[in-house]
Design a protein around this ligand. Structure first.
Ligand code: GDP
Ligand code: IMO
Ligand code: MG
Length: 421
């Protein structure tokens, strides 16, 4: 079976940490979508590393790590990431595999991302500018170059052809930054990539499944950033939800096992777009400070707000979430009052559904208030020892969502995860 760990909000839920915690129970960890827009933080021997494209199982001695076909891959960023991993004494060459069907992010994709965002003015998406959208556009437009193509003799001429096409688009945007230095780095990085293990990801995964191996699919971004079901157009360009595992790895739907949804005890978003429970007061500031809510990839401050059960309920529905992990519960330690959004008021009407175009509506969240626990929970490792106020906060969320919080994360350390059973 392929178990899945994915984010239920707008990303940065702590997926990297959760994958790191569970990875030792799996033979293979696989990324199925997204690219270097992701930033998954883990601690290895108390030293922090942020993974962007390499699956978070890379530090487990026994695990193989696959970058699946659904990912868009930046060779330059991959090379840098592999060098960072090697500095931890890990031989990534033994345990990292890349699907030959994975599409490449080209230097011009990054330029196009920038040009597109600039052209949008105030309505910009707030992209990480890693070239994600343009690379997926070339995939669906049937123009993109794939990892397997770098083995072909005509790769450079195909690259130049696509580059010329991109140049015309960049001219239309009146965008004329010199990217020759980046191109040089790109070709160097392709040389590096040729030395890695490139496989037919779909055969690799299905063969492993038939041998009874355990596979963990690691989601990137969050369900509310999904291209179809997120807060479009303020989304990323991939299928971030559980169904993306099938496309992004080449496995059948009946091979999906447990879907673990990761949610923060509150909510954050980085970049533009609607965020009904966003806080613009000192509570929001306190959460940002205590939670160190700054983007792992771009360093941008994350917008912070209360947990949103309307959006979470929606995310549980579209993902078929089997169990929840609640992260960053310790960040709420100092707040005397906590709020949970249980419905939206739109035009005087109350609803528990995520509307079609959130960004075009004025949404007033309807809150239920809870007494905070106002004590340090970061050293607790037994569920029964958690403060009663916290247990009633979780109990309420369990009941509202009809899905159980099975683990509570109370700190960034890998072992700071409390089982509720
Ligand atoms: P991801 O993209 O979902 O993997 O999440 P990020 O790594 O972008 O952001 C999560 C941040 O929260 C990282 O800095 C983690 O080290 C940190 N983190 C994860 N879980 C917890 C937790 O339970 N408590 C606290 N205080 N920090 C956490
Ligand atoms: P992880 O995996 C948080 C956001 C960007 C922007 C929008 C589109 O670490 O949770 P893109 O670069 O994809 O064109 O950006 O999506 N975004 C993320 N926000 N965590 C991420 O990844 C994100 N990846 C993209 O901020 O609003
Ligand atoms: Mg992140």
């Amino acid at each position: 079976m392929v178990d899945v760990i994915l984010g239920l909000q707008w990303g940065d839920e702590g997926k990297g940490k959760v994958v790191d915690y569970f990875a030792s129970h799996y033979d293979i960890v696989a990324r199925f979508q997204g690219g270097p827009n992701a930033g998954h933080t883990i601690y290895v021997n108390d030293k922090k590393i942020v993974l962007h494209q390499v699956p978070s199982g890379i530090f487990k001695p026994h695990s193989q790590n696959l970058i699946g076909n659904g990912v868009v891959l930046d060779a330059v960023s991959l090379k840098e990431e592999c060098e960072a991993i090697a500095s931890f004494g890990v031989d990534f060459r033994k345990s990292l595999l890349i699907s030959d069907r994975t599409h490449l992010i080209l230097p011009t994709h990054k330029a196009l991302d920038k040009a597109s965002e600039l052209s949008k003015g105030n309505e910009k998406i707030g992209s990480t500018l890693k070239g994600i959208g343009p690379a997926y556009m070339d995939k669906t437009g049937r123009n993109g170059l794939r990892v397997g193509d770098i083995r072909n003799k005509n790769f450079v001429s195909n690259y130049i052809r696509l580059r010329l096409k991109h140049q015309k688009l960049l001219d239309n945007f009146s965008f004329n930054e010199d990217i020759s230095a980046e191109e040089e780095k790109f070709f160097e990085a392709l040389e590096f990539m040729r030395s890695l293990e490139i496989v037919s990801g779909e055969y690799f995964i299905n063969d492993a499944l038939s041998k009874g191996k355990k596979i963990l699919a690691e989601g990137a971004q969050g369900s509310m950033l999904d291209i179809d079901f997120g807060t479009f157009p303020y989304v990323t360009s991939s299928t971030t939800i559980a169904s993306g595992v099938c496309n992004g790895l080449g496995i059948a739907p009946n091979k999906i096992g447990t879907v673990t949804g990761v949610t923060k005890a509150y909510c954050t978003r980085v970049g533009g777009g609607p965020f009904p429970t966003e806080l613009h007061d000192e509570d929001g500031e306190l959460i940002r400070k205590k939670g160190n809510e700054f983007g792992a990839t771009t360093g941008r401050p994350r917008r912070c707000g209360w947990i949103d059960l309307v959006a979470l309920d929606y995310a549980c529905m579209i993902n078929g979430v089997s169990q929840l992990v609640m992260t960053k519960a310790d960040v709420l330690d100092d707040l005397p009052v906590l709020k949970v959004c249980e419905s939206y008021k739109i035009g005087g009407k109350e609803t528990r559904q995520v509307p079609f175009q959130m960004d075009k509506l004025t949404i007033d969240p309807v809150y239920k208030s809870f007494k905070g626990w106002t004590s340090d929970i970061s050293q607790i490792n037994d569920y029964k020892k958690l403060p009663p106020e916290m247990l009633s906060y979780i109990d309420y969320i369990n009941k509202k969502l009809g899905v159980q919080v099975k683990f509570i994360s109370n700190g960034p350390g890998t072992e700071q995860l409390i089982s509720a059973s």
